[in-house]
Design a protein around this ligand. Structure first.
Ligand SMILES: NC(=O)c1ccc[n+]([C@@H]2O[C@H](COP(=O)([O-])OP(=O)(O)OC[C@H]3O[C@@H](n4cnc5c(N)ncnc54)[C@H](O)[C@@H]3O)[C@@H](O)[C@H]2O)c1
Ligand SMILES: O=c1[nH]cnc2c1ncn2[C@@H]1O[C@H](CO)[C@@H](O)[C@H]1O
Ligand SMILES: N[C@@H](CCS)C(=O)O
Length: 417
């Protein structure tokens, strides 16, 4: 095993954290046991580019249990937990990256993963898959395919496919029910506030929280803001989702109007420049801006900086931008995923990543079992159902089954009033 990480001596701390999350990832643990027996990845190298923290290391250990040689790096220069990578290396995973990488270092580490000539890649945001196509196309010959973790990655890969540029099969893990219904909604909803509250030590009750984007993440963030006692405003560009937000009980308005009232703004659109240019003129004194969506482009930091007369780091993840008219605007975690990139960004709860990573593990196995052409593939509903059943079992939840008569009734068309 090889590694290029911050400090291997941090391993004991990381190992404790891995043990803790393993207790809360029962579905992945079940799959790990199955993999130990079946050895589906014997002789196979799996390279990943995912947020590197204890739950992700546990995914790496699951693939390793299935016989894979695993090599991992982070998918965000700020989200790596250095004790977790140290523990991963101690436990036999090839591990690259550290928190606080420069952009150049980030891509160096991605390239080191590719030096292992993986058979399968697991990506979050499609940086690794894009790098293969752009700079290392010779690797495509050996590659059996890739799995993509997040909405933005799927958008990029579908765009590549439309342009005839995608040269490998991709499992759209994000688009499975077990992923987006739980990870994007409950995961992002909770971890966004875990991190904002830890970072700022601010109250949420009574604050006006503006959520930009009412997709799966936005719905979760709005729901949790509401539960914490905030006044929630949603901004959208999609009329159907805007209507849904309205009927869910939130105020809906344009972003500039919303900014006039906002105490906290959270972007989760997968799009760029959600807060940019003149928008900053509408931001109230003391407002905090955070992003839980796409890279670090949803809040345009350059536009904010160009309108500021000063900037001060108040705490590691709170930067104050002082505007000419005396207002202070606070950017959290540098506008990168607030739930992962900051000091308090631990990512989603283990119980949630249990579902996402169960889907990753089973999708990687499918890439080996089937000879798939280049394209972006939906995961199978049977796999979603299997994971849901396993999860319910571990939660001690029993559900009913259809009787033969009910099954027949549901599938008939000739029974009316
Ligand atoms: N932080 C995390 O842990 C985490 C978890 C899952 C997904 N993500 C990322 O979050 C982003 C959103 O994911 P999702 O699954 O909710 O996507 P989604 O497609 O379900 O929702 C995005 C929503 O944003 C809206 N939108 C687009 N442009 C907008 C604009 N200019 N103003 C207002 N709304 C706009 C869209 O209409 C859509 O309703 C993606 O980048 C995804 O990769 C982050
Ligand atoms: O704690 C975590 N560990 C690993 N991945 C995570 C965690 N929390 C969220 N995501 C993943 O990050 C993607 C966006 O980049 C999301 O799709 C989510 O699945
Ligand atoms: N890996 C990327 C994807 C976010 S959508 C990031 O961390 O910014």
């Amino acid at each position: 095993m090889t590694y290029d990480i911050k400090d291997i001596n941090l391993a004991p701390e990381g190992e404790k954290k891995i043990k803790w999350v393993q207790k809360h990832m029962p579905v992945l643990e079940t799959i790990k046991k199955q993999f130990e027996e079946e050895q589906p990845f014997k002789g196979i190298t799996i390279g990943s580019c995912l947020h590197l923290e204890p739950k992700t290391i546990n995914l790496g250990l699951t693939l390793q249990a299935g016989g894979a040689e695993v090599v991992m790096t982070g998918c965000n220069p700020l989200s790596t937990q250095d004790d977790a990578t140290a523990a991963g290396a101690k436990l036999g995973l090839n591990m690259y990256g550290w928190t606080g990488e420069t952009n150049e270092e980030y891509y160096e580490q991605l390239n080191k993963v590719l030096d292992y000539e993986p058979d399968i890649v697991i990506d979050d945001g499609a940086d690794l898959i894009f790098l293969i196509h752009k700079e290392r196309p010779e690797l495509l010959e050996k590659l059996r395919g890739g799995c993509e973790e997040t909405t933005t990655g799927i958008h990029r890969l579908k765009a590549m496919y439309e342009d005839n540029a995608l040269k490998m099969p991709i499992m759209a893990v994000n688009d499975s029910y077990m992923k987006y219904l739980f990870d994007n909604r409950y995961g992002t909803g909770q971890s966004t506030f875990d991190s904002i509250m830890g970072t700022t030590n601010s109250v949420i009750a009574g604050q006006t929280v503006v959520v930009c984007g009412y997709g799966w993440c936005g719905r979760g963030i709005a729901m949790r803001a509401d539960g914490l006692g905030a006044n929630v405003i949603v901004t959208e560009v999609d009329p159907i989702r805007a209507l849904e937000a309205k009927m869910d009980g939130y105020r809906v308005m344009t972003v500039q109007k919303a900014l006039e009232e906002a105490d906290i703004v959270i972007t989760a659109t997968g799009n760029r420049d959600i807060i940019s240019g003149d928008d900053f003129k509408h931001v109230k004194d003391g407002c905090m801006l955070a992003n839980s969506g796409h890279f670090n482009v949803e809040i345009n930091e350059n536009d904010l900086a160009s309108q500021a007369i000063g900037r001060n780091m108040l705490k590691p993840d709170i930067e104050e931008f002082v505007m000419a008219d005396g207002r202070s605007i606070y950017l959290l975690a540098g506008g990168r995923l607030v739930n992962l990139a900051g000091q308090y960004g631990q990512g989603h709860p283990a119980e949630i990543m249990d579902l996402s990573f169960a889907m990753q593990a089973l999708s990687a196995k499918r890439l080996l079992n089937e000879d798939m052409k280049p394209g972006v593939y939906k995961t199978r509903d049977e796999v979603d159902i299997e994971i849901a059943k396993l999860k319910l079992k571990t939660m001690g939840v029993e559900i009913d089954t259809l009787s033969d008569e009910q099954e027949k009734y549901m599938n008939s068309w000739d029974v009316g009033t």
